[in-house]
Design a protein around this ligand. Sequence first.
Ligand code: 1CP
Length: 344
Amino acid sequence: MTQPKTILRALAGEPLPTPPIWMMRQAGRYLPEYKATRAEAGDFLSLCYNSDLATEVTLQPIRRYGFDAAIMFADILLVPQALGADLWFVTGEGPRLSTISDESDFAKLGGADDIHDTLAPIYQTLRNLRGALPHETTLIGFAGAPWTVATYMIAGRGTPDQGPAHALKAAHPDVFDALIQRLTDATIEYLSSQIDAGAEVIKLFDSWAGSLKGDDFDRYAIAPAARIIAALKQRHSDTPIIAFPRGAGERYAGFAQATGADCVAFDDAVSAEWVAEKVQPDGCVQGNLKSSHMVTGGEKLVRETRRIVEALRNGPHIFNLGHGITPDADPANVQLMIDTVRGA
Ligand code: 1CP
């Protein structure tokens, strides 16, 4: 059966003459219409849990640019909150959570099956979007990978080197492993419910995978992703999964095979040419353009965009940035990137 949606065709392994395109953090503060809706919601978490407004901000970049995919508006830190952690956002700084430093902190968390009441508005956002998106646009659901989410739960905030998580792993390996297990189980339940609510593709964000070295990468990046993907494939065999072990470097090679992911998303620290040789033979790839080009634009943006398209043109490829677009980006540069990909 031919699949009409370009993203789903690429994820099924088909090289396309023009790669489909979407952008990490495509709904965000670089867009004036996002800032207006966020102001209406009051604060960031209220926006995530207001299904009507979350639907609206998800649709904004689709209306403005016609991206091939929409990613539901939510955040990876809603799962810790659904497990009972305190969560709040400090304007201009970022997320803050209650911390986990020993067995008694871990014991306060709820079970993997207890998350759905808190997360019900997210499932409603997905149902809204399935009714509102153009028929050619693919709907992506997502979650954070267990290691990345654990780094925030342990430290209570974002950290440059994930030091507190590495320290807990060394000092209380039982607590650390139990937390990874709980997050793995909760993530399976959350993503499975997202698919039931209408997500057509799932993306697993392991934004801090790069700080896991050697065996730790196998135990805490590969193993949980493999378990999540196997469980989802058992329940929803047709739903493709994109894995993003950001900063994995050489470990991007073999990641799709080791985890069962249909697509590996990669950052800008590896070259598209290397990915074409070492990663793309195993399936679809996505990523690479430096987010800073969305700030600086011009001839360099056009050149780099063309280079990535060219390097990956012989295999399945979804065009994307190497990481999320930043609030200082110029919306006109996003249009230039899209025009370059589609005209290339
Ligand atoms: O002020 C604002 O409006 C808040 C900025 C913001 C936005 C737009 C945050 C806070 N989260 C989001 C939305 C978001 N987060 C999406 C929505 C869909 C889209 O891409 O358009 C997604 C997929 C995420 C995922 C997310 N949240 C990740 C993984 C991807 C990545 O960027 O590496 C991570 C690490 C987070 C945590 C988080 N949430 C927000 C911030 C500023 C952070 C990072 C904090 C830190 O590390 O210090």
